[in-house]
Design a protein around this ligand. Sequence first.
Ligand code: ATP
Ligand code: MG
Length: 353
Amino acid sequence: MTQSLTLDSISAHYGSTQVLENLSLAVGEGELVSLLGASGCGKTTTLRLVAGFLQPTSGTITLGGRDLTRLPPHQRDIGLVFQNYALFPHLSVADNVGFGLKQRGVSGDAKAKRVTEMLERVGLAHLADRLPGALSGGQKQRVALARALVIKPPLLMFDEPLSNLDAKLRVDMRVEIRQLQRANGTTSVYVTHDQEEAFSISDRVAIMHAGRIMQLDTPERLYQRPANAFVARFVGFENLIPMAVVERDGAKITAEMAGGVRLTLPLEQFGAIPDSFILACRADGLQVTDNATMEGIPATLGLRTYLGRAYQYQAETPAGALIANGPLTRVLESGAAAKLVPVPEQCTILAPE
Ligand SMILES: Nc1ncnc2c1ncn2[C@@H]1O[C@H](COP(=O)(O)OP(=O)(O)OP(=O)(O)O)[C@@H](O)[C@H]1O
Ligand SMILES: [Mg+2]
């Protein structure tokens, strides 16, 4: 039985420091939403509030329409998976997994059957009698996952569950977590500071900064259409160029950046463009050419690096330092004059900061 989770205008403090400010978040039934952000932005705090280990100073938390805000943790019935596994060292794998069932009054054959089923699903049936001390990191994390899933909680929460594993295992495990979560249809909140992990595992991702959600959206939308400059930088738009419209002409506009450089931009790609805006381009979306007749940002090229699929150039322009990519077929030297040409399909427009 899966349920939707809502956080409505949650604020939280540790002592006199405000950590979350009016945070609202809705996670649909069966949906996996990740909280992604730098260390200290409030990800764990958000989970602690939902789990009931911390009380908000204002706001409400509901699960399946039921108000959880003032309930003690054990009445919330939430499955938790942490970075440090938190397994009982003196209990076997099977007893670790069965622990929550026992607490919920499931015992005997019924318990044994559910534990065995769950251990099979996470590929650990053959290790049922082992103690946690004799398991690898990946195996421990599977036990922790099995222990959280076996109680069939209406909500699962993960706090950096894979950060103690090596890179290869992290990728394997995140696929397994996603498959189990999908198969069970369990509403989930997943905390990580790894962008690739968040994007690959989630239906939607909340990008957090200083206790606030900067954007909550699908990975595709975040990557292609960040809503603000913070998110744009976060998802790798290296070039954020403030511009002002100087002329509107049907399907295109002319806009000017610092140093008086003008560009023509098609409205078709960007929809409405406000009078003052930021043109955001990844290095891929700003192509280097030595064809002086092209319309583009005049630049003096600096350091060139080889990326395999392209060359990347540091470039000095009247609008400041920019980063742009050029084709492998044309190697330009440091000090060369060039134009940086925005590729509209790969750029996006943001409101000024
Ligand atoms: N028990 C506490 N007492 C006081 N301040 C705390 C406490 N726990 C966390 N904080 C502060 O609250 C802020 C948010 O912490 P939180 O643990 O939610 O961050 P996080 O996003 O999970 O970071 P990380 O990625 O490092 O785990 C941080 O500035 C942190 O220093
Ligand atoms: Mg944390």
